[in-house]
Write a protein that binds this ligand. Structure first.
Ligand SMILES: Cc1cc2nc3c(=O)[nH]c(=O)nc-3n(C[C@H](O)[C@H](O)[C@H](O)COP(=O)(O)OP(=O)(O)OC[C@H]3O[C@@H](n4cnc5c(N)ncnc54)[C@H](O)[C@@H]3O)c2cc1C
Length: 371
């Protein structure tokens, strides 16, 4: 197989699907393919969707399909942050009202189906295995055999930014070493469905109720600090939970562990450039926020839409101004995010001598470059 498309989107998470959907709406003359490594069968991480996402889902024309999926309404978060007593942050006081706790695999899968219905050629269970320049565009080698040829590639591969770093010459600016040690549970008895965040000496925990009687809980800490904690083992994870997070622990009291643990990098990072010759990066590929912000999915949808405008203008009208604006937008957005992150971590002062918090209380540390 060797197919030609104007745009190939690599990665079918929220960022890639939003880019594909928005391209079909903004530049319907362009042919678009989307390559997704999975079949959306495994559980996915990243579940809290804040209220402003509703307007983006409507803009993408997927609101009805989203509403029909039965994701769990979320009315806010509670955070034991800065003190042991949790304080509440109610979505009800936001003008857009309610948010959601998603079944992420179902959500991402739905977006890919909607893209397919709008004329995107979706290849599931297919990984981009390599890429090379061909003329002004790209030749992509697929894991399933065969190739795709594209004028422009959208890198939507998540925080690994596989295409931009290997083929686009972009570099990672990395700000920390945060990772999530996550486990899923089945609730035997309904507990507080809100997201609960609880800080401890070496990081923070969170838990949230998911659709279908499931619950996620995660310990968030830096990878080098985690080595000493043995968080990969069930015993150490539960021992630390009981010792350091009484409120999260209480919510899990009537829940039973299901499935395998999942470890996910959650570093704050961005590419030094979110677009280059013949490519543009969206969602976590362009920049990754701390999960504390609960902004990752929202940001991925938004950047997919903006990138589609930039790519559409470039390919359909030979206008590169949108690509330059997009790069500047990602940089500005990330700088604003870093300021908010610094302010939020500064509110937790109970363990000033601990390495996890010392790192976050330093003023604007310089990012490290990683290839
Ligand atoms: C512990 C944790 C908790 C989080 N909690 C939240 C939260 O509560 N709320 C929130 O909004 N965000 C949260 N996030 C962040 C959120 O998960 C991400 O921001 C979001 O998933 C980004 O979407 P994306 O489409 O850019 O990337 P992803 O969702 O990572 O999607 C990337 C896609 O690319 C595919 N892919 C990768 N490589 C290839 C390849 N070579 N070929 C083909 N396909 C490929 C993958 O299979 C995947 O489908 C959390 C993250 C972590 C780690």
């Amino acid at each position: 197989m060797r197919e030609r498309h104007d745009v190939v989107v690599v990665g079918g998470g929220p960022g890639g699907c939003a880019a594909a959907l928005a391209l079909r709406a903004h530049a319907p003359g362009l042919s678009v393919a989307l390559v997704e490594a999975t079949e959306y069968a495994e559980r996915r991480i990243g579940e809290t969707l804040p209220p402003p996402a509703a307007s983006l889902l409507r803009h993408l024309g997927v609101w009805d399909a989203f509403a029909a999926q039965g994701h769990r309404p979320a009315y806010g978060t509670a955070a034991a942050w800065g003190e042991s007593q949790p304080h509440e942050n109610d979505f009800l006081f936001q003008p857009q009202g309610v948010g959601w706790h998603l079944d992420r695999a179902a959500f991402d899968g739905m977006l890919s189906v909607q893209a397919e219905r709008r004329g995107v050629a979706v290849l599931r269970g297919t990984r981009m295995a390599g890429a090379a320049r061909e003329g002004d565009g790209w030749r992509l080698r697929l894991s399933a055999g065969g190739e795709l040829v594209a004028r422009l590639v959208v890198d939507a591969t998540g925080s690994g930014a596989a295409f931009a770093r290997r083929n686009g010459g972009a570099r990672n600016r990395v700000h920390d070493r945060l990772a999530g040690f996550c486990r899923f549970f089945r609730e035997r008895q309904a507990a507080d469905p809100r997201t609960l965040v609880e800080a401890f000496a070496d990081g923070w925990w969170y838990t949230a109720a998911l659709p279908g009687g499931l619950r996620i809980a995660a310990c968030m800490t830096d990878t080098d600090l985690a080595r000493g904690m043995g968080l990969e083992t069930e015993e150490a994870w539960f021992a630390l939970l009981r010792e350091s997070a009484p409120r999260v622990s209480e919510l899990l009291r009537h829940a039973e562990l299901v499935g395998e643990p999942v470890v996910r990098a959650s570093r704050s990072r961005r590419l030094d450039a979110a677009a280059g010759e013949g490519w543009i990066a969206v969602g976590d590929a362009a920049s990754t926020f701390d999960p504390l912000s609960s902004q990752g999915v929202l940001k991925a949808l938004r950047s997919g839409i903006y990138a589609a405008y930039a790519a559409g203008d470039l390919l359909a009208a030979s206008d590169g101004a949108g690509m330059r604006r997009y790069r500047a937008f990602v940089e500005r957005e990330f700088e604003a995010y870093l300021r908010t992150r610094t302010q939020y971590y500064a509110e937790e002062r109970r363990w000033p001598e601990r390495e996890f918090w010392r790192r976050r209380h330093r003023d604007a540390p310089e990012p490290a470059f990683a290839a």
